[in-house]
Design a protein around this ligand. Structure first.
Ligand code: PHB
Length: 397
């Protein structure tokens, strides 16, 4: 049985921002060419950015926009040597807003490729639309397994929800010995797959599940009834999937309910990622998660990225969301450099050959289902200079 919530954490220094590097980031359409670019052979390519500008996932959309625009700014506003025109659509909280936003980008704005999509339910709602229109979609977050599988026009620079959960299950079984875990998640595709992935490797390693709750997505404000069930189940740990605004409320209520010091909290890393961690404060201290990135990752590539990002965005730290969108730009850069033209079909053909991507998270490549084959890290929330951070304890795979 681990006791990280009770341990006095090591103090880690946040990576120092590089004051010398000053980057200006072009606003949408600003310094970028206003020419066409929907496959007409011109030197401009039109890219649709479909990200939440409203709802519980709005802050994720901000991080992703920043990541994408930072890459562009570092490459003279070009991808594959072509000027880029960005057209933005608001994904909102889910498919009701996200599907029409993508439809407009495809049919009215006639973009050559799309980047974005945070919510798995939205991704599931648009995958057939983009495939029928032959417009490649680089999913830069949504993790539902089925999104990319067997879809010739969908690639993903993020993760699968099952994969993030599965990365952690064996580790938790090792830490807990014979004790059981209660699982809890947002009641939609992402939450269910995250829990399934966790259970798969946890149970394979001999772990026992004490019970489970799925909470209404986007409308749950009071977790007390679910936390009571977890407490009464006798579990010695809880595994959850929550992100964005829900992650803030859940972690704060877990603490307020008195479970912070009693039942170790684990989760998919979105639980404590970026802005949500700042809002959770010491309620999150000691929470352990799996994820394919932390801004505290101690590699030269990541340090360089963090320095550039903080310099460009007034000291704001990058998140996994920023990196996923930054890498989406890197993927399109490589594909457009090789593509015969700027039509969706040309870009899709070239996407099959992009090979390895050198990313702040480490080097990764697409697997046969167009998902990233990448490292996952065990992280723990620890006090760092100026607040809290996700210290990287070790690599999980
Ligand atoms: C998802 O819906 O797949 C999703 C949303 C937010 C996250 C992670 C996954 O942070």
């Amino acid at each position: 049985m681990p006791g990280p919530l009770r341990r006095r954490p090591r103090r880690l220094a946040l990576l120092a921002p590089l004051a010398a590097l000053s980057l200006t980031v072009a606003a949408c359409g600003g310094s970028l060419s206003e020419d066409g670019g929907d496959g007409d052979g011109s030197d401009t390519v039109k890219i649709g950015l479909a990200l939440p500008a409203s709802g519980v996932y709005e802050p994720l959309g901000v991080d992703m926009t920043r990541g994408f625009e930072l890459y562009l700014d570092q490459h003279d506003g070009k991808l594959g040597g072509k000027d880029v025109k960005i057209v933005k659509g608001d994904e909102g909280e889910g498919p009701d807003t996200g599907v029409p936003a993508v439809q407009k980008l495809v049919t009215q704005d006639r973009v050559s490729a799309l980047v974005g999509i945070v919510n798995s339910a939205t991704a599931l709602g648009v995958k057939d639309i983009v495939s029928q229109a032959k417009v490649p979609l680089i999913v830069a977050n949504a993790g539902a397994d089925e999104v990319a599988d067997g879809q010739p026009y969908v690639w993903r620079t993020s993760f699968t929800n099952g994969g993030v959960g599965e990365a952690l299950g064996g580790e938790v079984a090792k830490e807990l010995g014979k004790e059981s875990v209660y699982v809890m998640a947002a009641d939609y595709a992402a939450g269910h797959e995250s829990v399934e992935g966790f259970k798969k490797s946890f149970q394979a390693a001999g772990g026992k599940i004490a019970g489970e709750s799925f909470t209404p997505f986007g409308t749950t404000t009071d977790w007390q009834p679910f936390l009571s069930k977890a407490q009464n189940s006798g579990a010695k740990a809880v595994y959850v999937f929550y992100a964005g605004g829900e992650a803030v409320n859940f972690v704060k209520q877990y603490n307020a309910f008195g479970l912070h010091d009693k039942i170790q909290l684990y989760g998919a890393g979105f639980l404590t990622e970026g802005g949500v961690l700042a809002a959770q404060g010491d309620a999150a201290e000691g929470v352990r998660t799996s994820l394919h990135y932390s801004n505290l990752l101690d590699t030269p590539e990541n340090k360089e990225f963090v320095e550039a990002y903080t310099a460009a965005y007034d000291g704001e730290q990058p998140t996994v969301y920023s990196v996923q969108a930054y890498d989406a730009a890197a993927v399109l850069d490589k594909a457009l450099a090789e593509a015969d033209g700027t039509s969706g079909e040309d870009i899709a053909k070239a996407l099959d050959g992009v090979g390895e991507i050198d990313s702040p998270r480490g080097t990764w490549s697409f697997d046969e289902n167009h998902n990233p084959d990448q490292p996952y890290f065990l992280r723990e929330v620890q006090a760092v200079e100026g607040g809290f951070g996700n210290a990287v304890l070790n690599q999980l795979n």
